[in-house]
Design a protein. Structure first.
Length: 331
């Protein structure tokens, strides 16, 4: 079993969990396990430069790379590359329901091919010493949430995977869009809880619909870890409570302003490298959600950060529009 502490993690989210978001997240929590966006094996093996897909900063650790693919050889090669690049874990995506990934046998459609997932896990584990984990759904389409999920878990666990993060919804590959698949299929937390009871030897994490740290605490009574997605992005201040509430340790941010200011040197460095300000500050738009001046903060960045030559002054001016009123959430 991995020694990596995954009690709380931020879900991999396309276009959202970029290296810039992850650097920002580290101003709020030291302990949360962070995930990259899903990166396909093709991008890693054939894309250039590789830094574009795998680059990260030391501050982002603990950090997992999520891979998309189904070819065991390609996945093993990419897992070895991930380990060489310093990632702490490699995770196989068996949950994304988009048409693009279905057509390439990537994501949730792999739940219909447990043998293929098992072969991939076996090859990846042989290639690396870091943990190899699987993120999946409770089922797809007309699969039985009990019998088919149990079969999938058993086959993949027999291949050596001891950690599964389960999105507690089915994915409907026919009839629902990727966006609809995040909300319309009903959550079935109880199914994931039963999975843990049936497999005490496995690490079972839960994902889907979690919005508060109280939600997370409740789930941790039944499973080994929680993974939060959209709420951690759209309301990033949630992360400031993770270290004290779930790990019993003080977090890095004394306040929302302190978190924003802690990111300022990173923003300056990325601007010097040629990044555009709006590509960096878009991840901070929800930081002052619900606070006096929060809307003015968002509006100022939205209207000005995309302009040619926009720099730290735009960021500083936006911060000046919001008063600091709230300290770190109590544990």
């Amino acid at each position: 079993m991995s020694q990596l502490d995954r009690t709380f993690s931020v879900a991999p989210m396309m276009d959202w969990t970029t290296r810039d978001y992850r650097a920002f997240a580290r101003t709020l929590t030291r302990r949360a396990l962070l995930y990259t966006e899903m990166v396909t094996t093709g991008a890693i093996l054939h894309g250039s430069p590789r830094e574009r897909f795998l680059g990260h900063a030391e501050v982002e650790h603990p950090l997992a790379l999520q891979l998309g693919g189904s070819d065991a050889g390609a996945l093993a090669e990419c897992a070895a590359i991930a380990e060489a690049w310093g990632y702490d874990e490699v995770n196989l995506n068996v949950g994304c329901p988009s048409d693009r990934v279905q057509n390439n046998l990537i994501g949730a459609c792999l739940m219909g091919h447990p043998g293929k997932v098992a072969a991939a896990v076996r090859a990846m584990r042989e290639a690396v010493s870091i943990p190899v984990t699987v993120k999946c759904r409770i089922g797809i389409d007309d699969q039985d949430e009990d019998a088919d999920l149990e079969h999938f878990i058993r086959v993949v666990a027999d291949a050596g995977c001891d950690t599964f993060i389960v999105h507690a919804r089915k994915a409907w590959l026919e009839g629902l869009s990727p966006k609809e698949n995040r909300d319309i299929p009903p959550l079935n937390y109880g199914r994931v809880h039963r999975l843990k009871r049936q497999h005490p030897e496995l690490h079972i994490g839960i994902n889907g619909g979690l919005k508060t740290l109280d939600d997370c605490r409740e789930q941790l009574r039944h499973v080994d870890s929680v993974m939060v997605g959209r709420e951690a992005y759209q309301n990033p201040w949630l992360l400031a409570g993770v270290d004290p509430a779930l790990y019993g340790e003080p977090g890095p941010a004394a306040s929302r302003h302190a978190a924003a200011l802690a990111l300022r040197p990173y923003i300056a460095r990325r601007l010097a490298e040629g990044a555009r300000l709006n590509h960096l500050t878009r991840h901070l738009l929800g930081l002052f959600q619900g606070q006096p001046g929060g809307r003015r903060f968002r509006r100022h960045l939205s209207e000005n950060a995309h302009r040619d030559g926009a720099g730290l002054q735009v960021f500083d001016d936006a911060l000046g529009l919001v008063a600091e009123r709230e300290a770190v959430p109590a544990a």
